[in-house]
Design a protein around this ligand. Structure first.
Ligand code: FAD
Length: 320
């Protein structure tokens, strides 16, 4: 089932659905860690599960002669196969993420063909971040600079148009495309209205719904939705919630994701004696955010779990 149909059903029934995001295991770990998390959360009837995509990383290895060798590593491969395995094992809808970073358009197309053959109907189309050490995003020489271009590619495949196709009357894929939105602006956008204009381009190119970056102050989300509607973006916008879990996130989250933390949250987390207490504060904050968002009628809440289910269970028990 497509995510957009799940969302439309949720709107019609007035029931806010639970959705969450998982990371593929680190290379060398087993898929069992993913299954363990899902086993703990499946009773809350997730509408769909997202699986993130991780581009290559650069690693420097010191050689015997003292020189540094630059190696390209992929720490978390397997997004598409994990998505297919989850769908087969649990019968739940899956949304693999796909990025532009590090991939040529031919590799992107091959990945989409694989998803289609595996019966995957949903994809979250993203640009991805720069590589470590690069101060701006550099597209693959045969790839895409913006998520919008990737969406255009998927939309063409949905019409049966593949790159350099050898055969006539190609099988049209039928992907439902989701995209990312940023209530507090994407870090590289000059201002929020420009960012929203680019978001509109993604919708015009074929995106059917938006999932937001995490935010900790719901008023940021409500204002963002209002601004999107004014800009003519009419697709559903799903809020993304990250349960706070460690003290270091006080500096790390604003640094990595360019989000603002409300004073009240900062003082509650600062007063915690250990991360066990922080996780408790994180659960309470996420539940309060979730309650207000559900009351406002959002069709789903998208949780950034980072593969941890202990806090998610406590949140889901109170919300779903
Ligand atoms: P885009 O929509 O392409 O926007 C990137 C920047 O370019 C923005 O500043 C935008 O304003 C600007 N822009 C857009 N179009 C143009 C244009 N035509 N001209 C000039 N500027 C333009 N990253 C991963 O690597 N893997 C994941 O699995 C992943 N999952 C994510 C899930 C969610 C819900 C979110 C919110 C983010 C996720 N990310 C993931 C992070 C994401 O890849 C980064 O935030 C990335 O920097 C931007 O991706 P995007 O798709 O929003 O890019």
């Amino acid at each position: 089932m497509k995510v957009i149909d799940i969302i439309n059903d949720a709107v019609e029934s007035g029931r806010t659905r639970f959705a969450f995001e998982l990371l593929p295991p680190l290379k060398g770990e087993t898929i069992g860690t993913i299954y363990e998390t899902i086993d703990n959360l499946i009773r809350f009837d997730p509408a769909y599960i997202n699986i993130t995509y991780h581009r290559e990383d650069i690693k420097y290895i010191e050689r015997a002669d003292g020189l540094l060798e630059r190696r390209i590593v992929r720490k978390r491969p397997g997004t598409i196969s994990i998505a297919a395995a989850i769908k087969a094992k649990y019968g739940v809808e899956v949304v693999p993420h796909l990025i532009c970073g590090g991939l040529s358009r031919f590799e992107i197309e091959a990945a989409l063909i694989e998803m289609d053959f595996l019966g995957i109907e949903n994809v979250l189309a993203l640009r991805g971040d720069s590589l470590k050490g690069e101060n701006k995003f550099i597209a693959h020489p045969e790839g895409y600079s913006y998520a919008c271009d990737l969406i255009g590619h998927i939309t063409e495949m949905n019409k049966g148009n593949y790159i350099d196709c050898e055969i006539e009357n190609c099988h049209p894929t039928d992907f439902c495309i989701g995209v990312a939105g940023y209530p507090e602006k994407h870090m590289q956008a000059p201002n929020i209205s420009t960012d929203i204009q680019y978001l509109k381009n993604k919708v015009d190119a074929g995106a059917e719904y938006i999932v937001t970056q995490m935010f900790f102050d719901n008023s940021k989300f409500f204002t963002f939705v209002e601004e999107c509607r004014k800009a003519g973006i009419n697709v559903p916008i799903i809020p993304g919630i990250k349960p706070f879990s460690t003290k270091t996130q006080l500096t790390m989250l604003p640094h990595i994701f360019h989000v603002d933390l409300p004073d009240e949250l900062v003082s509650e987390v600062s007063a915690c004696k250990n991360n066990q207490e922080v996780r408790k504060v994180g659960v309470e904050w996420a539940v309060a955010q979730g309650r207000e968002l559900i009351k406002s009628g959002v069709p789903a809440l998208h949780f950034y779990t980072m593969g941890k289910s202990d806090n998610m269970i406590r949140i889901a028990e109170q919300l779903f």
